[in-house]
Design a protein around this ligand. Structure first.
Ligand SMILES: C[S@@+](CC[C@H](N)C(=O)[O-])C[C@H]1O[C@@H](n2cnc3c(N)ncnc32)[C@H](O)[C@@H]1O
Length: 277
């Protein structure tokens, strides 16, 4: 996350360690620490080779690799600039454009430049601004920067946002505060593989996540009690495998759309109150 004196990202110095047991880092150049598959990934604005070598010695852990990238290289080679989707303009915190959503994307998925994020935001905006649907509650499964949750909260929807990456949760919470929707969005650090989500009485469930996790969710008996689902995170070639995990007799497709090779499905279970009347 951006902390004073930093107001934007330039270079990223990334240290991948063989442990998640990393002490709090009190250094003005520290951006944050990720956990992934039992490893810790520490991000700084400046080179910290000696600091990290010392940390590894003191905490008996090893550096697996180190990388030094520009911020654009980290975000698939593109600069993060303002954009508009539906009724929402989104701008990074370092840009002076007047925007509905101001985002610190940090080093977290969800700047708005990935085709899945962009299309999901478009769908979230479309359905939360459809007055007849009265979408009042949403789950954001794998919230990343919190952009989709904030997009819904801007229309007055209450959101419970989940992510298993502690840095994503910290960034998403900070973004809800910047955007003055922290009273509407609650961010929780949860591993969705081991904690089933309860969708009963939820109007909208959004999941832009890895297809393996989507398949697990599809098979979970608690998953299909909500009203409307926006699902993404998979390419066209992966659709047949995902369809094989869906009971298509009890799920109705409302939209099956794409942004490039990435797919977004909008579906509703037959029990959805949105399909009645
Ligand atoms: C593809 S990103 C989507 C981020 C954002 N919702 C968007 O649309 O841009 C998927 C997010 O899911 C989170 N995630 C991955 N596995 C997870 C799990 N088992 N439980 C909870 N969150 C998970 C990741 O940390 C990441 O932030």
């Amino acid at each position: 996350m951006l902390r004073s004196p930093y107001t934007k990202y330039d270079r990223l110095f990334i240290y991948h360690l063989d442990t998640i047991d990393i002490p709090a880092i009190n250094d003005p150049d520290w951006i944050g620490t990720w956990h992934e598959d039992g490893n810790g990934i520490v991000f700084f604005h400046t080179e910290k080779d000696a600091f990290m070598a010392d940390l590894c010695t003191r905490h008996n852990c090893a550096l697996i690799y180190q990388a030094d990238l520009s911020y654009e290289e980290w975000d698939a080679g593109q600069a993060i600039t303002p954009f508009t989707v539906g009724s929402l303009t989104v701008a990074p915190v370092w840009d002076e454009t007047k925007a509905d959503i101001t985002l610190d994307p940090s080093v977290i998925f969800g700047s708005g430049f990935h085709p899945t994020t962009r299309k999901c935001l478009q769908m979230v905006n479309k359905y939360t601004t459809t007055p007849e649907l009265h979408i009042r509650s949403m789950l954001d499964l794998g919230t990343g920067t919190g952009l989709l949750a904030i997009g819904a909260a801007k229309q007055g929807t209450r959101v419970m946002a989940f992510d298993n990456n502690p840095l994503a949760c910290e960034v998403a919470r900070a973004n809800t505060i910047y955007n003055r929707v922290d009273t509407l969005v609650e961010v929780k650090e949860v591993d969705l593989r081991t904690n089933p989500v309860e969708t009963e009485n939820i109007d909208l469930i959004v999941a832009n996540i890895h297809p393996e996790l989507l398949k697990d969710l599809f098979l979970s008996p608690d998953f299909w009690h909500g009203n409307l689902y926006i699902l993404s995170g998979f390419m066209k070639s992966m659709e047949p495998e995902l369809l094989a995990h869906l009971d298509t007799r009890s799920i109705k497709f409302l939209e099956r759309t794409r942004n490039g090779k990435w797919c977004v499905w909008v579906v509703a279970p037959n029990t959805s109150t949105f399909l009645k009347g």
